[in-house]
Design a protein around this ligand. Structure first.
Ligand code: PMP
Length: 296
């Protein structure tokens, strides 16, 4: 693997394209790349705290699954992926980072059928956006919308135009996130998984083909169990969502955040709830450990 940007120069952002480290603005792929032409690609986003990639193995497992579903060849072993991503993180320094990786089916003349070409790999690390105190103190605002996506939502593909349109619908309504309803049931958010608390029980929709099996979602379920919070994975109806005592959303870049208004109605007491707070604290403690690991 070539390295145009030398290791040791600590930079805030760094990209990697097909074997070379490059400044993000200089990263280039062909306009004939199927990721560009068809959205024929899968991706992951892995956070790194204090230089340590968080839950990397789970992300690599999901990447392998997304590649299998879409029948794109996995260009690297887990060890190679680990070395590549850690190399990127190390070049950027010890600040908290969000590491994006994308594998496309490759570059070929436009034709829907699969070509026999090498996959394109693009990675980018940039500083992780901090959660604001306001989001933690007051919670997020969400709207509900119809889930207009396809039936492979468990594959993390870059074909995200539906998610993009759904998120913009939320933004246009002055909200932070759109919670998606399909056949009267909650699936997830436009870029997050969703949880509700009903009479002290933490509920999240079952991980099927209609939602992404979030790495943060999985970790939250484990942390909740460790704290003896009753948890269940089962369907969540629109009515349960609207009557929930608490609503939370989760993602790798944001952790777990409370939703305190849904479609202009207060959720529960209208403030971040105790179940969210207990899990958020446990999640923050894990991140603090990772940061300490970097310092020590
Ligand atoms: N669902 C969707 C549609 C998402 O885009 C994301 C974040 N990429 C998530 C769920 C959360 O997944 P994770 O916790 O693995 O980031």
């Amino acid at each position: 693997m070539n390295s145009q940007v030398p290791a040791g120069d600590s930079l805030l952002e760094m990209a990697w394209v097909n074997g070379e480290f490059v400044a993000p603005a200089a990263a280039k792929v062909s306009a004939l790349d199927r990721g560009f032409i068809f959205g024929d690609a899968v991706y992951e986003v892995v956070p790194a705290y204090g230089g340590n990639l968080f839950l990397l193995q789970s992300h690599l497992q999901r990447l392998a699954r997304s590649l299998e579903i879409t029948r794109i060849r996995n260009p690297y072993s887990d060890e190679q992926w680990g070395d590549l991503l850690q190399g990127l993180v190390d070049r950027c320094g010890n600040h908290d980072q969000s590491v994006y990786l994308q594998v496309t089916r490759g570059v070929a003349p436009r034709d829907h059928a699969f070509p026999d070409v090498e996959p394109t790999v693009f990675c980018l690390s940039r500083p992780l956006a901090e959660t604001s105190d306001q989001q933690l103190d007051q919670g997020l605002v969400a709207i509900t919308t119809a889930d207009i996506r396809w039936d492979y939502c468990h594959a993390k593909t870059t074909s995200l135009i539906a998610n993009v349109m759904l998120r913009q619908q939320a933004v246009d309504a002055g909200a932070d996130e759109a919670l998606l309803l399909r056949d009267g049931l909650l699936t997830e958010g436009s870029a997050s998984n969703a949880f509700v608390v009903v009479r002290g029980e933490l509920l999240t929709p079952t991980a099927g083909e209609q939602l992404l099996h979030g790495i943060t979602r999985e970790r939250i379920l484990q942390l909740a169990r460790q704290q003896n919070i009753p948890v269940a994975e089962r369907s969540v109806s629109e009515q349960q969502l609207r009557r929930a005592d608490e609503i939370c959303i989760s993602s790798s870049t944001k952790g777990i955040l409370p939703v305190t208004r849904l479609d202009d109605v207060a959720v529960g007491e209208g403030t971040p709830g105790p179940v969210w707070h207990a899990i958020w604290q446990a999640y923050q403690a894990e991140i603090a450990q990772l940061r300490k690991g970097a310092a020590g």
